[in-house]
Design a protein around this ligand. Structure first.
Ligand code: HEM
Length: 379
């Protein structure tokens, strides 16, 4: 359940060159916390997959309209700004009762169905999908469609052609939803953004792209964080008991689980637009960079005893949500979901435990976003 042990050795030196398995290209590997922050905060590193040297797996098209996670300034800022207010704490707090209701409902169904379940299927996958539906203002009768779409998109076993079809269906649906929010606004993110399009300088297709981005960025990451975080808690029964006894511990516990189990392991990539010095070495224009968040989060110069899980850890400056320009827009919403879920689950189901030996849990070592494919549990 720990990141690759090689990262420990790599952190002893400045940034290093590595060869990508899939195309044989060389990239710079950034494994230290300070260097990761330096790269991620520097606009001379591009997030656009179509840039020369970008460590991308396939021949890539320029980002579709609205996909600001893959754009650089000024478009990135223009699009991100249109929804940033929706992710402030005060507004998100208004979603707390709805999130609590969703969590309670999922646990009710899980308990009613028997005494064992795959927690990925019954909790980790449906929770974030239902929360995004709530945020965007997806009507209740369409939520099952959303769940089916995100399950296929997140399932690497599904044939690529099928996933592409479902992705287009989702986009088509969101296109119609934006149109209906423009005609009949309600109290939700999409209605508010649709009403401000001219003022914000975005068009219909860009808003559809933003909604699609939120759907995808706010799903696989958090679903896996729920799976691997729940497993980690079950593997540390003493710390879990302390957490159950003291609900005030929950926020710090969430931060520690994000640090200790960083699902976007080596997922942040950039291409240098100019020559830039990082960690005493020069990254040349057109060279690719891979930032290893899970290594930065175990950097011994920042975290004491970094491999130890300590749910009471204070001043936890982890990089699980990235850093700088593209730092996760949905991080407060992610925290809210994790806090509500873990404070409710272990109180309502105090006897929850793993149903199989740890060695039989299917880890997602084959996937870009880490976690578990399934989490068989019993109570
Ligand atoms: C545990 C859950 C989550 C994790 C670990 C996570 C992690 C990240 C990371 C590392 C980035 C930075 C990407 C980069 O620098 O290239 C990011 C960006 C982003 N995330 Fe999250 N995320 C989570 C949940 C969410 C949720 C719930 C939402 C929305 C509902 C969301 C929306 C976004 C968006 C829109 C961006 C792009 C920000 C930008 O480019 O300015 N994320 N996330």
């Amino acid at each position: 359940m720990d990141p690759a042990p090689d990262y420990h050795r790599l952190r002893e030196q400045p940034i290093t060159k590595a060869t990508l398995d899939f195309d044989g290209n060389e990239v710079w590997l950034v494994t230290r916390h300070a260097d990761a922050c330096a790269v991620l905060a520097d606009p001379r590193f591009s997030s656009d997959f179509s840039r020369e040297g970008f460590p991308a797996r396939m021949t890539v098209r320029p980002p579709g309209p609205g996909t600001f996670i893959r754009m650089d300034p000024p478009d990135h800022g223009r699009l991100r700004r249109t929804i940033v207010g929706e992710f402030r704490l005060k507004r998100l707090e208004r979603l707390r009762p709805a999130i609590q209701g969703i969590v309670d409902g999922l646990i009710d169904e899980m308990l009613a169905a028997g005494t064992s379940a795959d927690l990925v299927r019954v909790l980790a996958l449906p929770l974030p999908t239902l929360v995004i539906c709530e945020l965007l203002g997806v009507p209740y009768q369409d939520r099952e469609f959303f769940q089916r779409c995100t399950q296929v998109i997140g399932d690497q076993q599904a044939p690529p052609a099928r996933r592409e079809v479902v992705r287009n269906e989702l986009r088509g649906y969101l296109d119609r939803l934006v149109t209906s929010k423009r005609q009949e606004p309600a109290d939700d993110l999409l209605s508010r953004a649709a009403a401000r399009m001219a003022e914000d300088g975005i068009d219909h297709d860009e808003l559809v792209g933003i909604a699609t981005l939120l759907m995808i960025a706010g799903f696989e990451t958090i679903a896996n964080q729920i799976g691997i975080g729940t497993l980690t808690l079950l593997q540390h029964p003493e710390q879990l008991a302390a957490l159950r006894a003291d609900p005030d511990l929950v926020p710090a516990a969430v931060e520690e689980l994000l640090r200790h189990q960083t699902v976007i392991d080596y997922g942040l990539r950039r291409a240098a637009l100019e020559d830039v010095e990082v960690g005493g070495r020069t990254i040349k224009a057109g060279e690719g960079v891979v930032v290893v968040l899970s290594s930065a989060n175990r950097d011994e110069s920042v975290f004491s005893d970094p491999d130890r899980l300590d749910l009471t850890r204070a001043g936890n400056e982890h990089l699980a949500f990235g850093f700088g320009l593209h730092q996760c827009l949905g991080q407060l919403l992610a925290r809210l979901q994790l806090q509500v879920l873990w404070s409710t689950l272990f109180t309502r189901v105090p006897t929850l435990r793993l149903a199989v030996p740890l060695t039989e849990v299917p880890f997602r070592t084959d996937m870009f976003v880490h976690g578990v494919h399934a989490l068989p549990a019993t109570w």
